[in-house]
Design a protein around this ligand. Structure first.
Ligand SMILES: NC(=O)c1ccc[n+]([C@@H]2O[C@H](COP(=O)([O-])OP(=O)(O)OC[C@H]3O[C@@H](n4cnc5c(N)ncnc54)[C@H](O)[C@@H]3O)[C@@H](O)[C@H]2O)c1
Length: 250
Protein backbone atom coordinates (compact mmCIF):
# COMPACT_ATOMS: atom_id res chain seq x y z
CA UNK A 1 0.00 0.00 0.00
CA UNK A 2 1.70 3.13 -1.22
CA UNK A 3 -0.16 5.59 1.01
CA UNK A 4 0.05 3.65 4.27
CA UNK A 5 2.81 1.97 6.23
CA UNK A 6 2.73 -1.84 6.10
CA UNK A 7 2.73 -3.79 9.34
CA UNK A 8 3.33 -7.53 9.43
CA UNK A 9 1.65 -9.32 12.36
CA UNK A 10 2.13 -13.04 12.98
CA UNK A 11 -0.39 -14.92 15.10
CA UNK A 12 -2.92 -12.43 13.72
CA UNK A 13 -5.72 -14.98 13.59
CA UNK A 14 -6.46 -15.06 17.32
CA UNK A 15 -6.08 -13.45 20.72
CA UNK A 16 -3.42 -10.78 21.13
CA UNK A 17 -2.33 -10.88 17.47
CA UNK A 18 -5.90 -10.33 16.26
CA UNK A 19 -6.50 -7.47 18.72
CA UNK A 20 -3.21 -5.93 17.56
CA UNK A 21 -4.22 -6.27 13.90
CA UNK A 22 -7.57 -4.57 14.54
CA UNK A 23 -5.93 -1.69 16.38
CA UNK A 24 -3.03 -1.18 13.97
CA UNK A 25 -5.41 -1.21 10.99
CA UNK A 26 -6.65 2.19 12.14
CA UNK A 27 -3.53 3.73 10.56
CA UNK A 28 -1.62 1.04 8.71
CA UNK A 29 -2.11 -1.66 6.10
CA UNK A 30 -2.07 -4.95 8.01
CA UNK A 31 -0.52 -8.16 6.75
CA UNK A 32 -2.24 -10.74 8.94
CA UNK A 33 -0.10 -13.89 8.99
CA UNK A 34 -1.07 -17.07 10.78
CA UNK A 35 -0.71 -20.85 10.59
CA UNK A 36 -4.49 -20.96 10.50
CA UNK A 37 -5.37 -19.39 7.13
CA UNK A 38 -9.10 -19.25 7.90
CA UNK A 39 -8.65 -17.34 11.14
CA UNK A 40 -6.23 -14.89 9.47
CA UNK A 41 -8.84 -14.34 6.73
CA UNK A 42 -11.47 -13.75 9.42
CA UNK A 43 -9.26 -11.07 11.00
CA UNK A 44 -8.96 -9.41 7.58
CA UNK A 45 -12.77 -9.46 7.19
CA UNK A 46 -13.14 -7.81 10.60
CA UNK A 47 -10.64 -5.10 9.62
CA UNK A 48 -12.36 -4.46 6.30
CA UNK A 49 -15.77 -4.30 7.98
CA UNK A 50 -14.27 -1.58 10.19
CA UNK A 51 -13.04 0.40 7.15
CA UNK A 52 -9.39 -0.67 7.31
CA UNK A 53 -7.20 -2.44 4.78
CA UNK A 54 -5.50 -5.79 5.28
CA UNK A 55 -4.52 -9.03 3.60
CA UNK A 56 -4.08 -12.52 5.01
CA UNK A 57 -1.05 -14.70 4.42
CA UNK A 58 -0.72 -18.25 5.74
CA UNK A 59 2.63 -18.98 7.37
CA UNK A 60 4.30 -21.49 9.61
CA UNK A 61 6.83 -19.28 11.38
CA UNK A 62 8.90 -22.30 12.42
CA UNK A 63 9.59 -23.22 8.79
CA UNK A 64 12.20 -21.20 6.87
CA UNK A 65 10.66 -22.01 3.46
CA UNK A 66 7.25 -20.83 4.66
CA UNK A 67 8.67 -17.57 6.07
CA UNK A 68 10.60 -16.97 2.83
CA UNK A 69 7.46 -17.59 0.81
CA UNK A 70 5.49 -15.18 3.04
CA UNK A 71 8.15 -12.52 2.49
CA UNK A 72 8.04 -13.13 -1.27
CA UNK A 73 4.28 -12.63 -1.31
CA UNK A 74 4.58 -9.43 0.71
CA UNK A 75 7.17 -8.06 -1.73
CA UNK A 76 4.93 -8.87 -4.67
CA UNK A 77 1.71 -7.57 -3.11
CA UNK A 78 2.72 -4.49 -1.12
CA UNK A 79 6.48 -4.03 -1.31
CA UNK A 80 8.25 -3.69 1.99
CA UNK A 81 7.47 -4.16 5.67
CA UNK A 82 7.71 -0.96 7.73
CA UNK A 83 6.76 -2.35 11.15
CA UNK A 84 6.29 -5.81 12.60
CA UNK A 85 4.76 -7.58 15.58
CA UNK A 86 5.72 -11.24 15.98
CA UNK A 87 3.07 -12.81 18.23
CA UNK A 88 2.65 -16.36 16.91
CA UNK A 89 2.92 -18.85 19.73
CA UNK A 90 1.67 -21.90 21.56
CA UNK A 91 1.53 -22.95 25.18
CA UNK A 92 2.00 -26.52 26.35
CA UNK A 93 2.22 -27.26 30.06
CA UNK A 94 4.48 -30.04 31.34
CA UNK A 95 6.74 -30.84 34.26
CA UNK A 96 10.37 -31.31 33.30
CA UNK A 97 10.52 -35.13 33.42
CA UNK A 98 7.38 -35.38 31.24
CA UNK A 99 8.45 -32.92 28.54
CA UNK A 100 8.91 -34.91 25.33
CA UNK A 101 11.48 -34.08 22.69
CA UNK A 102 8.62 -33.07 20.40
CA UNK A 103 7.17 -30.69 23.04
CA UNK A 104 10.61 -29.08 23.53
CA UNK A 105 11.28 -28.82 19.79
CA UNK A 106 7.87 -27.30 19.00
CA UNK A 107 8.30 -24.72 21.75
CA UNK A 108 11.77 -23.73 20.53
CA UNK A 109 10.92 -23.90 16.83
CA UNK A 110 7.74 -21.84 16.95
CA UNK A 111 8.84 -19.26 19.51
CA UNK A 112 12.60 -18.89 19.17
CA UNK A 113 13.39 -20.01 15.63
CA UNK A 114 10.10 -18.49 14.41
CA UNK A 115 10.86 -15.09 15.93
CA UNK A 116 14.42 -15.25 14.59
CA UNK A 117 13.33 -16.19 11.05
CA UNK A 118 10.66 -13.47 10.96
CA UNK A 119 13.10 -10.80 12.18
CA UNK A 120 15.66 -11.98 9.64
CA UNK A 121 13.04 -11.73 6.88
CA UNK A 122 12.02 -8.12 7.54
CA UNK A 123 15.29 -6.52 8.67
CA UNK A 124 16.82 -6.05 5.19
CA UNK A 125 13.84 -3.87 4.13
CA UNK A 126 14.25 -1.83 7.27
CA UNK A 127 18.01 -1.43 6.80
CA UNK A 128 17.39 -0.25 3.23
CA UNK A 129 14.84 2.29 4.51
CA UNK A 130 17.11 3.26 7.45
CA UNK A 131 14.10 2.93 9.77
CA UNK A 132 11.87 0.30 11.26
CA UNK A 133 10.24 -0.97 14.43
CA UNK A 134 9.80 -4.57 15.57
CA UNK A 135 8.03 -5.86 18.66
CA UNK A 136 8.59 -9.49 19.63
CA UNK A 137 6.27 -11.44 21.91
CA UNK A 138 7.97 -12.66 25.05
CA UNK A 139 6.16 -13.12 28.38
CA UNK A 140 6.39 -12.38 32.09
CA UNK A 141 7.63 -15.97 32.18
CA UNK A 142 10.89 -14.84 30.55
CA UNK A 143 11.92 -13.38 33.87
CA UNK A 144 9.83 -15.15 36.55
CA UNK A 145 9.28 -18.81 37.42
CA UNK A 146 6.08 -20.87 37.50
CA UNK A 147 5.69 -24.64 37.73
CA UNK A 148 5.21 -26.88 34.68
CA UNK A 149 6.39 -24.36 32.11
CA UNK A 150 10.13 -25.03 31.66
CA UNK A 151 10.13 -25.24 27.86
CA UNK A 152 7.83 -22.21 27.46
CA UNK A 153 9.88 -20.16 29.95
CA UNK A 154 13.15 -21.09 28.24
CA UNK A 155 11.67 -20.11 24.86
CA UNK A 156 10.33 -16.78 26.11
CA UNK A 157 13.67 -15.95 27.80
CA UNK A 158 15.41 -16.70 24.52
CA UNK A 159 13.06 -14.30 22.70
CA UNK A 160 13.97 -11.59 25.20
CA UNK A 161 17.71 -12.26 24.65
CA UNK A 162 17.24 -12.34 20.89
CA UNK A 163 15.41 -9.01 21.09
CA UNK A 164 18.30 -7.39 22.99
CA UNK A 165 20.88 -8.80 20.59
CA UNK A 166 19.04 -7.59 17.48
CA UNK A 167 18.33 -4.22 19.11
CA UNK A 168 22.05 -3.71 19.68
CA UNK A 169 23.02 -4.83 16.20
CA UNK A 170 20.45 -2.69 14.37
CA UNK A 171 20.31 0.49 16.47
CA UNK A 172 22.84 2.15 14.08
CA UNK A 173 20.31 1.54 11.27
CA UNK A 174 17.60 3.49 13.12
CA UNK A 175 15.69 0.26 13.81
CA UNK A 176 14.17 -0.28 17.24
CA UNK A 177 13.27 -3.71 18.63
CA UNK A 178 11.49 -4.28 21.91
CA UNK A 179 9.63 -7.17 23.50
CA UNK A 180 6.26 -7.44 25.19
CA UNK A 181 6.12 -9.50 28.36
CA UNK A 182 2.43 -9.83 29.26
CA UNK A 183 1.01 -11.52 32.30
CA UNK A 184 -2.11 -13.73 31.96
CA UNK A 185 -4.30 -12.45 29.12
CA UNK A 186 -7.72 -13.96 28.47
CA UNK A 187 -7.21 -15.61 25.05
CA UNK A 188 -7.62 -19.13 23.62
CA UNK A 189 -4.01 -20.00 24.52
CA UNK A 190 -4.97 -20.15 28.20
CA UNK A 191 -7.68 -22.68 27.35
CA UNK A 192 -5.34 -25.03 25.47
CA UNK A 193 -4.89 -28.38 27.19
CA UNK A 194 -7.60 -27.57 29.76
CA UNK A 195 -11.23 -28.68 30.01
CA UNK A 196 -13.76 -25.81 30.33
CA UNK A 197 -13.96 -26.46 34.09
CA UNK A 198 -10.16 -26.57 34.45
CA UNK A 199 -9.94 -23.32 32.50
CA UNK A 200 -12.54 -21.63 34.72
CA UNK A 201 -10.69 -22.83 37.84
CA UNK A 202 -7.35 -21.59 36.42
CA UNK A 203 -8.89 -18.23 35.48
CA UNK A 204 -10.28 -17.69 38.98
CA UNK A 205 -7.03 -18.80 40.60
CA UNK A 206 -4.95 -16.47 38.43
CA UNK A 207 -7.33 -13.54 38.99
CA UNK A 208 -7.12 -14.12 42.74
CA UNK A 209 -3.31 -14.04 42.66
CA UNK A 210 -2.97 -10.94 40.48
CA UNK A 211 -2.67 -7.57 42.28
CA UNK A 212 -5.33 -6.06 39.97
CA UNK A 213 -7.66 -9.01 40.65
CA UNK A 214 -8.40 -9.94 37.02
CA UNK A 215 -6.88 -11.31 33.83
CA UNK A 216 -5.87 -8.86 31.11
CA UNK A 217 -7.65 -8.38 27.81
CA UNK A 218 -5.86 -8.60 24.43
CA UNK A 219 -6.82 -4.97 23.75
CA UNK A 220 -4.83 -3.92 26.84
CA UNK A 221 -1.73 -5.52 25.32
CA UNK A 222 -2.29 -3.91 21.93
CA UNK A 223 -2.54 -0.50 23.61
CA UNK A 224 1.04 -0.98 24.88
CA UNK A 225 2.08 -2.36 21.49
CA UNK A 226 0.72 0.82 19.88
CA UNK A 227 3.06 2.85 22.10
CA UNK A 228 6.07 0.64 21.33
CA UNK A 229 5.45 0.88 17.58
CA UNK A 230 5.06 4.66 17.66
CA UNK A 231 7.56 7.51 17.92
CA UNK A 232 6.33 8.07 21.48
CA UNK A 233 8.78 5.30 22.40
CA UNK A 234 11.57 6.64 20.13
CA UNK A 235 14.18 6.39 22.92
CA UNK A 236 13.36 2.75 23.77
CA UNK A 237 15.09 -0.25 22.27
CA UNK A 238 16.09 -3.68 23.61
CA UNK A 239 13.53 -3.46 26.42
CA UNK A 240 10.89 -5.84 27.69
CA UNK A 241 7.63 -4.13 28.69
CA UNK A 242 5.13 -5.90 30.93
CA UNK A 243 1.36 -5.33 30.65
CA UNK A 244 0.77 -7.81 33.47
CA UNK A 245 -1.68 -6.53 36.08
CA UNK A 246 1.21 -6.23 38.55
CA UNK A 247 2.06 -9.96 38.42
CA UNK A 248 5.74 -9.03 38.30
CA UNK A 249 7.15 -5.82 39.73
CA UNK A 250 10.75 -4.72 39.23
N1 LIG B 1 -2.42 -15.11 26.62
C1 LIG B 1 -1.47 -14.98 27.51
O1 LIG B 1 -1.71 -15.09 28.74
C2 LIG B 1 -0.06 -14.68 27.09
C3 LIG B 1 0.84 -14.17 28.04
C4 LIG B 1 2.15 -13.90 27.65
C5 LIG B 1 2.55 -14.13 26.34
N2 LIG B 1 1.65 -14.63 25.45
C6 LIG B 1 2.13 -14.86 24.08
O2 LIG B 1 1.35 -14.06 23.20
C7 LIG B 1 1.34 -14.67 21.90
C8 LIG B 1 -0.09 -14.73 21.39
O3 LIG B 1 -0.82 -15.59 22.24
P1 LIG B 1 -2.40 -15.50 22.42
O4 LIG B 1 -2.63 -15.46 23.87
O5 LIG B 1 -2.95 -14.46 21.54
O6 LIG B 1 -2.77 -16.97 21.92
P2 LIG B 1 -3.74 -17.49 20.75
O7 LIG B 1 -3.70 -18.95 20.84
O8 LIG B 1 -5.05 -16.79 20.85
O9 LIG B 1 -3.00 -17.00 19.43
C9 LIG B 1 -1.81 -17.59 18.95
C10 LIG B 1 -1.84 -17.55 17.43
O10 LIG B 1 -0.56 -18.02 16.95
C11 LIG B 1 -0.81 -18.85 15.82
N3 LIG B 1 0.29 -19.79 15.61
C12 LIG B 1 0.64 -20.85 16.38
N4 LIG B 1 1.68 -21.51 15.84
C13 LIG B 1 2.01 -20.84 14.69
C14 LIG B 1 2.99 -21.03 13.69
N5 LIG B 1 3.85 -22.05 13.73
N6 LIG B 1 3.05 -20.15 12.67
C15 LIG B 1 2.18 -19.11 12.60
N7 LIG B 1 1.21 -18.89 13.51
C16 LIG B 1 1.13 -19.75 14.55
C17 LIG B 1 -2.11 -19.57 16.16
O11 LIG B 1 -2.72 -20.13 15.01
C18 LIG B 1 -2.91 -18.46 16.82
O12 LIG B 1 -3.68 -17.75 15.88
C19 LIG B 1 2.02 -16.03 22.07
O13 LIG B 1 3.37 -15.93 21.64
C20 LIG B 1 1.96 -16.27 23.57
O14 LIG B 1 2.99 -17.13 24.00
C21 LIG B 1 0.36 -14.90 25.78
Amino acid sequence: MADKENILITGAGSGIGRAAALRMARGMHVIAADLNADSAAETVSMIEADGGSARAIPVDVSDKASVTSMKGRIEKDVGSVDKAFFAAGIYIRGIVCDISEDHWDRMMNIHVKGTFLCCQAVLPDMVAANKGVIVNMSSDFAVMAVPAAAAYMAAKSAIYSLTKSIALEFAPHNIRINALGPGPIDTPILQSGRSPQEYEDARLMLADKLPVGRLGQPEEVSAVLDFLLSDRSAYMTGQIVHPNGGQLMW
